[in-house]
Design a protein around this ligand. Structure first.
Ligand code: S3P
Length: 435
């Protein structure tokens, strides 16, 4: 049996809430804490399955990690040369971030390792990391078609390389910078468009010398990381469901507290505002090297837009939610330049289009995007989420504008990024039941 969401139509989102910790930052905090010298305390950690897979992987490599309370992690770092061979394959579950970043870490270790994942992760492309890592001297075997499992041959001596990436991917950039820590000489990564820079910020936070110049980041191998305290802000990618829900549901008025607003992540706010959304960014502050703010969102009529291509990498995880906003906007919304959506936890262009069609929305699937015609009301209908957490949560929010119940199947993976979603959304006014 898998989890099903049954969501009553209508309602609004009101009140104040804090969504769980940022997934990208939580993964990295475990990795850097494990590889640092000294004790790292992480607060606001996302206790989601994806980040717990990263945590378990470092425990399996001999890193002492304590959990004094929920959302807090204490790591006694083993330093860059202290990892031990894991007793078996490291299971990354549903997490592309865990697998790709760990590739960069494991490529430079003296021992062999194997990375495996669930059915979704086992379909995702890994050559985008293994090929550039090979240019640094890494030896990694992929499965057929460049997918997991990955067999990483230890004991290679890595050397720095000036990488120019073809895909705008923070995961690839991060894997290469991480491998650079164990490489002789300089590793540089130039990206085609800005992507999330949490790795760069955390390298600096852990005292590593990093040169940044526009879209290029460079480091020298052979340094050290020094433990520090990490405070993980609330995840803007999880806040996005509430930004969309409150924007489409008449009468909504919601304050989302302590949300990470790193400028490489705020495309969702920019896109919703271009559509006419009412979102105030309040009390901006900087915590542990990351910008944080409270987001005040109120219902507002939305209009369809052409999504500016430069915002695509800055909102890459928020498109399932944004497609629901587009389905409730007046007129047509067009997205192009987003072929990356096809290789996320599901093919998010096709899976979202199928779900929208099931709710009566007209849309046209494009090779690298989608065209969506907005409607006054949606549904009712049944949605196959294909096990994609963000698809499940996006369609849950769609019920706020539906004429009848929306049933979403295969919602188990919501816990990968947003444990407690149904409770939090229910408390804010969504009529959601979990069966
Ligand atoms: C992530 C980067 C993005 C994003 C993913 C998390 C990260 O992937 O979609 O959810 O933490 O670095 P890509 O770098 O593949 O675009």
């Amino acid at each position: 049996m898998t989890t099903t969401f049954r969501v009553e139509p209508g309602g609004s989102l009101r009140g104040e809430l804090r969504v769980p910790g940022d997934k990208s930052i939580s993964h990295r905090s475990i990795m850097f804490g494990a590889l640092a010298e000294g004790r790292t305390r992480i607060s606001g950690f996302l206790d989601g399955e994806d980040c717990l897979a990263t945590l378990a992987a470092f425990q399996a490599m001999g890193v002492p990690i304590e959990r004094p309370e929920r959302n807090t992690v204490i790591i006694d770092g083993v330093g860059l040369h202290g990892l031990r061979p894991p007793p078996g394959p490291l299971d990354m579950g549903n997490s592309g971030t865990a697998m790709r970043l760990l590739c960069g870490v494991l490529a430079g270790q003296p021992f062999d390792s194997v990375l495996i994942g669930d059915a979704s992760l086992s379909r995702r492309p890994m050559r985008r990391v293994t090929e550039p890592l090979a240019k640094m001297g890494a030896r990694i075997d992929t499965g057929a078609n460049g997918t997991p499992p990955l067999r990483i041959h230890g004991g290679q001596s890595l050397h720095g390389h000036p990488h120019t990436l073809a895909v705008a991917s923070a995961q690839v950039k991060s894997a290469l910078l991480l491998a650079g820590l164990w490489s002789e000489g300089e590793t540089c990564v130039t990206e085609p468009a800005p992507t999330r820079d949490h790795t760069e910020r955390m390298l600096e936070g852990f005292g590593y010398d990093l040169q940044r110049d526009g879209r290029r980041a460079c480091l020298q191998g052979g340094g050290r990381l020094d433990a520090c305290a990490v405070e993980v802000p609330a995840d803007i990618s999880s806040a996005a469901f509430f930004l969309v829900g409150a924007s489409i549901a008449q009468g909504s008025d919601l304050l989302l507290r302590h949300v990470g607003v790193n400028p490489t992540r705020t495309g969702v706010i920019d896109i919703l505002r271009l559509m006419g959304a009412s979102i105030d960014v309040r009390d901006r502050r900087e915590i542990g090297g990351e910008p944080v703010a409270d987001l005040h969102v109120r219902w507002a009529p939305l209009q369809g837009i052409r999504i500016p291509p430069e915002l695509v990498p800055l909102a890459i995880d928020e498109f399932p939610a944004l497609f629901v906003a587009a389905a409730c906007a007046e007129g047509e919304t067009v997205l192009t330049g987003a072929e990356e959506l096809r290789v996320k936890e599901s093919d998010r262009i096709q899976v979202m289009a199928d779900g929208l069609v099931a709710l009566g929305v007209r849309c046209e699937v494009l090779p690298d995007g989608i065209r969506i015609e907005g409607r006054e009301t949606l549904g009712p209908g049944a949605i196959a989420s294909h096990g994609d957490h963000r698809v499940s949560m996006s369609f849950a929010m769609a019920a706020l504008r539906a004429e009848g119940e929306i049933v979403i199947r295969d919602c188990d993976n919501v816990t990968t990024s947003f444990p407690g979603f149904a409770e939090l959304a229910g408390g804010a006014g969504l009529g959601i039941a979990v069966t």
